[in-house]
Design a protein around this ligand. Structure first.
Ligand code: FE2
Length: 250
């Protein structure tokens, strides 16, 4: 938690316009974990600036299936105030589209599924946000690209999601799940759509690499000529937090 606290302090220092948390938020999804996770989200900023989506760990236990929406609803709702997925949040040039791939699985599996209801809503949403001229960022906990994620950790309807994005487009897809930074791309209607994974934000010096980090995205330009740069800030072996990577997304 100390690692997380230091990273959160660094995020707050950078003062981003919006924060996207792509899960997992809990370890075993037990009742007692939901409130501390809500406090963590609260420390990142007010609910209207901090969007979150759940991960597979947040849906391990069937009897807390409604807990993410109940306890974290303020961070899992759209501009219209409705709690649920997909939600849309508009921040300047950027629209964040939050999906949930958190579903209970049998023991030792870590798969996810967005499901037909969210997928059916996603296409029209992406289309209208394009018409409105937004830089569309899709948030989904599990990886969407074919990136070698093990079978038991995969997004079961990744191919269907890729089809929607190939048809309607998106400017960026962000995910968590694998605890590793990763950059991939999937086909879009006007070229490739970058898919970027953020590492865990709580992996400390006594644990395995990669150490805790987060990505800062700066978006400028307009539809047809977007520019987006990503700066990774994270822990070094010396225990301080600094820029560890910088690359162009668009
Ligand atoms: Fe996960």
């Amino acid at each position: 938690m100390r690692v997380l606290d230091l990273l959160v302090a660094d995020v707050v220092d950078e003062a981003p316009d919006a924060v996207a948390v792509t899960g997992d938020l809990t370890n075993l999804g037990l009742e007692g974990e939901f409130l501390p996770a809500a406090l963590f989200l609260g420390r990142l900023g007010p609910p209207e600036k901090v969007a979150a989506i759940p991960g597979n760990h947040d849906a391990y236990v069937r009897n807390v299936a409604g807990a993410p929406a109940r306890v974290w609803g303020a961070h899992m709702s759209g501009d219209d105030g409705r709690v649920g997925f997909p939600y849309v949040r508009r921040h300047g040039l950027v629209a964040l589209i939050g999906l949930s791939s958190a579903v209970p699985t049998y023991p030792l599996a870590a798969t996810g599924e967005v499901g037909a209801i969210q997928r059916d809503a996603l296409g029209p949403l992406l289309r209208s946000l394009k018409d409105e001229g937004f830089f569309r960022i899709v948030l989904v906990h599990h990886p969407v690209a074919e990136d070698g994620t093990p079978w038991l950790r995969r997004l079961r309807d990744a191919a269907e999601l890729r089809e929607i994005i190939a048809r309607e487009g998106a400017e960026l897809v962000l995910h968590g799940h694998n605890h590793e930074p990763a950059r991939a791309a999937i086909p879009g209607p006007d070229g490739e759509v970058p898919v970027i994974a953020v590492p865990s934000c709580s992996t400390g010096l006594l644990s395995h690499e990669p150490l805790a980090a987060y990505n800062l995205y700066q978006v400028s330009g307009e539809a047809g000529r977007w520019e987006c740069e990503c700066v990774t800030r994270g822990f070094t072996r010396e225990g301080d937090i600094k820029e560890t990577d910088r690359f162009k997304v668009a």
